[in-house]
Design a protein around this ligand. Structure first.
Ligand code: PLP
Length: 417
């Protein structure tokens, strides 16, 4: 029997209408460019899926991973076990952390980080003798990965429906209206709420930066009602906004920060959660013989090759002063997106923060079609998030590359309209 072309059951893909020939097969990448098996070249305007921050084919990261795999591919970190790369990475992350004196729990990616943070929020309140505090409040357009907890809090109905009952005690809050958030808290009762979870800049939900004051407002409500505040920085973390974390840009400190993608720039799977003292203290209390363990862990929590990749990636960002470059690129992208699209009749909104940009189109022009034209006619990879054409280029991009990316998006909108 011939082997079918579509054995790989692609994520987020309707396999009933999937045509393998319509989709490029990537075979090579270098810097900001990717090549497919047909020899076509594409500019990676999305850093793949928001992760290739330092670009592709970085030799120092590849070498660090190879050397680590030869020395010790990995060992596990359960029940107190350890290895040098994970300890070295902890030191480095401690210095970069967006909150003071954190403890850090590791997993394999962003969905793991959601499970780690949300389970820990509930566990924390149980340990403090408040087991009723179980509700998680998540924003309307939230995306926190798609493990069971992430699926329960995701904003997009299509991603949640069809599974029967998911994790209970989840409630949606407004993306931008603090008064509505307050009313939700008062309706549910603070004594039943464990945490608020929020991306400082909503990514998959449509590239929506929090407005000035919203995150600070969430912090104030969390403090007033004794609720934990969790920021999901899986996309915005590790330099994407020109600061190590977007929470620093907004000047707001959460109780936990989730990270993934950019920690290794995608060279190996890794994610985790920075946990603030308030949350970790009851679990680390040596004076308390009843201090509980947090019984959560994954075989590959702190995989040594991933840790080596993260160390080399973070070193590369620091050594090449990429945060400063991201700030420069971000200013250009913000100004250029507004200059090119603000008066475009097909454009409903233009948004950008750091090196994350979005052009929201009116419903008459399909963002999906614009993205397909950009890939096939212009060799530009961008991503549709609902009706928003989103860009999130690598930190090593040049102004010229971004100027032509934005110009090509404008042309593609005209072609599709
Ligand atoms: N959180 C956010 C904000 C994300 O954008 C994503 C993935 O895109 C995730 C969590 C899930 O990460 P992963 O796909 O690594 O599980």
């Amino acid at each position: 029997m011939p082997v079918p072309a579509e054995i790989l059951w692609h994520p987020h893909t309707n396999m009933a209408s999937f045509v393998p020939e319509d989709n490029p097969v990537c075979c090579r990448a270098q810097g900001t460019y990717i090549w497919d098996e047909q020899g076509r070249q594409y500019f990676d305007g999305t850093s793949a899926l928001w992760f290739a921050n330092i670009g592709h084919g970085n030799e120092s990261v590849a070498r660090a991973m190879y050397e680590q795999a030869c020395r010790l591919e990995t060992f596990h970190t359960f029940v107190g076990n350890s290895h040098r790369p994970v300890l070295d990475l902890m030191e480095r992350l401690y210095r970069l952390a967006p909150l003071d004196d954190p403890r850090i729990i590791l997993g394999s990616g962003g969905s793991d980080a959601a499970d780690i943070a949300l389970k820990l929020a509930r566990r924390y309140w149980q340990v403090l003798g408040k087991p009723k505090k179980q509700y998680v409040l998540a924003r309307e357009h939230a995306y926190h990965g798609l493990h069971a907890f992430g699926t329960s809090v995701v904003g997009d109905d299509d991603l949640r429906k069809g599974y029967g009952s998911l994790v209970p005690y989840v409630c949606r809050i407004s993306d931008d209206n603090l008064q509505e958030v307050r009313e939700t808290i008062e309706d549910l009762g603070a004594e039943s709420i464990a945490a608020i979870i929020a991306e400082p800049i909503i990514g998959a939900g449509g590239m929506i930066p929090a407005s000035a004051g919203y995150l600070a407002g969430l912090r104030a409500l969390a403090d007033e009602f004794d609720i934990l505040l969790i920021f999901d920085e899986v996309v915005s973390g590790f330099g994407r906004t020109g600061e190590w974390f977007a929470s620093e840009l907004y000047g707001v400190t959460p109780d936990m920060t989730m990270f993934a993608k950019g920690v290794t720039s995608g060279y190996a799977p890794l994610g985790g959660v920075f946990v603030a003292a308030r949350v970790w203290e009851p679990f680390y209390d040596s004076a308390n013989p009843q201090a509980p363990a947090y019984w959560h862990g994954l075989t590959y929590s702190g995989h040594a090759v991933s840790c080596a990749a993260a160390m080399a990636n973070l070193e590369f960002i620091e050594d090449n002063h990429l945060l400063g470059h991201v700030r420069e690129l971000s200013q250009f992208v913000d100004a250029e997106l507004h200059r090119v699209f603000e008066r475009n009749e097909y454009v409903a909104d233009v948004r950008s923060k750091g090196l994350l940009g979005g052009v929201e189109l009116h419903s008459s022009v399909s963002a999906g079609s614009v993205v397909a034209v950009l890939r096939d006619e212009f060799g530009q990879l961008v991503r549709p998030c609902n009706q928003t054409v989103t860009i999130s280029p690598p930190f090593i991009s040049t102004i010229e590359e971004l100027r032509s990316l934005i110009a090509d998006i404008a042309e593609a909108v005209d072609l599709v309209a």
